[in-house]
Ligand binder design. Structure first.
Ligand code: FAD
Length: 480
């Protein structure tokens, strides 16, 4: 990706589209705009994907549970996108088999799941689910609770590495002439005659300030979208919901596929699935009442809640907090309708046009492309030329995953806008989530890579390591 100094210089030139926010939504908008010949720029105040887009459950899915809520359009769109991404980006989006065990007297009932899966598969145009007897389910997944087990369903969804997906969208956008900068904060909107005409941006690393003027400014700041809207006097619409996950060494909880089950306490959906050599367990869904400026973290109560679910569903696993290698928490940008139960809030996206500012938030990782196109459709009304908004293949150049961990560290450090150590260990690679202590055993090797690829001397390395360790312990470690 292009060097910081060059990107900063190009940011000073007026553009057609300024995207604020470098999560999956902003990255997809940048790509869809740039490949259509628009002059497009993106600023992200943290690292790329440092918001919800590196903290999701990593599922590219239709959202089976939305069917139960009657959200047919949402499921249809998400299934269509899942299918397109599996076809167009197989190196990044992979099929994930799910097993959903059924227990006597517990919801959702077997018949209702069969009906939902029949419809789910019909939307995808393939039959991909199968009903199993209890013995067959146990043969596939011997760790699951066998008490009152009456059978199971096997079905297919998909998974990805969310932060890697964002990086690939940004790389592709740059290939088409888009400009993306991390650690650049849009501190406020620029207005002329009550219409938004860009934003004032600060380089949080270099210290410079510039006014980025744009024909259309798009607010893709996820859970923070109300802050920019607030500058225009608009009332808040979002309800930030926190979701937390646990990562357990796969050898300690060796599931072969995603196991979808209900929490014994409140019947909320929980899953455990293999991801990057770990077993990922999630998630919670709670109102987040802390300031949005601070990075979220799992609470001791959420840890206990997820461990309880694991130990009921996998009763012989004996998983305790000592088995948890790392944790992470993210904030869902969910549009508030005031429902008492956070999980009952709609996961649909919100598109607004206010004083020339286009805001796009809510929605899902899975539906980043329709969201990006919806935002561009709104932006097109303010541009002086028509744009073709038909579906285009997502990546022209296929993603070639690095062959070894060393290659991955090196490649990311050398060419993927790494500014701080946590960018490298938590998002460009996932070493910080995969290894105890955030990767302690590799620090000597990583220090050499950072010296060679980023030019970090001892003083810089020591400062980065102290900051990383502190961040990891507070936000990615296991709470006491
Ligand atoms: C726990 C959890 C689990 C989820 N699981 C799934 C799943 O399995 N499948 C799925 O499809 N979806 C899932 N989602 C939803 C999905 O992750 C989000 O919908 C999606 O990542 C939102 O992307 P975004 O780009 O809109 O927001 P974000 O990724 O949050 O990006 C917004 C960015 O804007 C930046 N920003 C804010 N203000 C400014 C400013 N003033 N200047 C510059 N930058 C700014 C922030 O730093 C942030 O990086 C999950 C979400 C969570 C939290």
């Amino acid at each position: 990706m292009i060097a910081r100094a060059e990107a900063w210089e190009r940011l000073q030139e007026p553009c057609d589209i300024l995207v604020i926010g470098g999560g999956v939504t902003g990255a997809a908008i940048l790509l869809e705009a740039a490949r259509r010949g628009l002059r497009a720029a993106l600023v992200e105040r943290g690292d790329f994907a440092s918001g919800a887009s590196s903290r999701s459950s990593k599922l590219v899915h239709g959202g089976l549970r939305y069917l139960k809520e009657g959200k047919l359009a949402l499921t249809r769109e998400a299934v269509r996108e899942r299918e397109a991404l599996l076809r167009e980006a197989p190196e990044l989006v992979e099929p994930m088999p799910f097993l959903m065990p059924h227990y006597r007297g517990r919801k959702p009932g077997r018949l209702s799941v069969e009906l939902a899966l029949t419809f789910y598969d019909a939307l995808a145009g393939h039959r991909r689910h199968r009903s199993l007897r209890a013995a067959q389910a146990l043969e596939l997944e011997p760790l699951i609770n066998e008490r009152d087990l009456i059978g199971a369903h096997l079905f297919l969804d998909a998974t990805t590495d969310d932060a890697r997906l964002v990086l690939q969208l940004l790389r592709e956008a740059e290939h088409h002439g888009g400009i993306a900068m991390n650690y650049v904060d849009a501190i406020h909107l620029l207005r002329r005659d009550d219409t938004v005409v860009g934003a004032v941006a600060i380089d949080l690393e270099g210290g410079g300030e510039c006014s980025v003027s744009a024909k259309v400014t798009i607010n893709a700041t996820g859970v923070s979208a109300d802050a920019l809207r607030g500058e225009l006097g608009e009332r808040p619409k979002l309800r930030p919901l926190r979701g937390s996950h646990l990562l357990i060494a796969h050898a300690r909880l060796p599931v072969g596929r995603a196991i979808a089950f209900s929490h014994p306490r409140d019947a909320r959906p929980v899953f455990a699935y293999p991801w990057l050599g770990m077993t990922l367990v999630g998630t919670t869904d709670l109102d987040h009442r802390e300031t949005l400026r601070n990075e979220p973290q799992i609470s001791p109560e959420e840890l206990e809640y997820l461990l309880e679910a694991v130990n009921v569903q996998f009763p012989h696993s004996g998983i305790g907090s000592g088995d948890v290698v790392s944790t992470y928490a993210g904030l869902r940008p969910v549009v508030s309708s005031g429902k008492a139960d956070p999980s009952a809030e709609s996961r649909d996206y919100l598109l607004l046009e206010e004083h020339g500012l286009v805001t796009i938030t809510g929605g899902k990782l899975t539906t980043f492309r329709p969201m990006a196109l919806a935002a561009l459709r709104a932006a097109a009304r303010r541009l002086d030329r028509p744009i073709d908004l038909r579906h285009m293949r997502i990546f022209e150049a296929p993603y070639a995953p690095p062959r070894t961990r060393d290659e991955a560290l090196r490649q990311a450090a050398g060419s993927e806008c790494v500014v701080h150590l946590d960018d490298l260990l938590l998002r460009r690679t996932r070493v910080g989530l995969q290894l105890p202590g955030g990767g302690t055993e590799l620090f000597a090797q990583i220090k050499t890579i950072c010296a060679e690829e980023l030019g970090w001397g001892d003083v810089r390395w020591d400062a980065e390591l102290v900051a990383y360790r502190k961040r990891w312990e507070t936000h990615y470690g296991v709470p006491a």
